[in-house]
Design a binder for this molecule. Sequence first.
Ligand code: SF4
Ligand code: SF4
Length: 160
Amino acid sequence: MVKTIKDDQPRTYFDCNKCPAFCCTIYERVQVTKRDITRLAKHFGVSYETARRRFTKQWEDERVLKKVKDKIFPVTCIFLDQDKRGCTVYHARPNVCREFPDRVRCPYYDMLQFERRQQADDTVLPLVQITFREVKETNGNGNGEKVWEWEPEKKKKRKK
Ligand code: SF4
Ligand code: SF4
């Protein structure tokens, strides 16, 4: 059974307040359902259509949250406070955000802590990028070095 972490449960193994919000930035899309849009519309006191148009966009056959340019990563969720690195619609955030990371540890938080310990520097910030492309070995560059190239995107996957 999948265990969902609720707002009032302590997150023993990760602390979102000490994270630059990898999960709000590195995924290509944050999927929203009609129910999510209705919740956002209520939160902002606007109509469903206004919320849908203002905060979401179409991505293939999904409705997703819009993204904006970020101060740290290339882009981030429209609702992220870029200075505090927290969600500005926390109680109205989409379901997919509520469920993430769906386990008691967050791999991005672990990675952040690992790298900061490794470098003995609390300011180190790994810039994570997700890709769904595959790499293949090419004929090389003539120097005997292995050369890898990105394969064209093969399949789409869900965010979060
Ligand atoms: S990446 Fe993990 S620790 Fe960071 S904000 Fe998201 S859930 Fe929290
Ligand atoms: S709605 Fe909030 S929790 Fe979800 S991706 Fe955007 S900023 Fe992060």
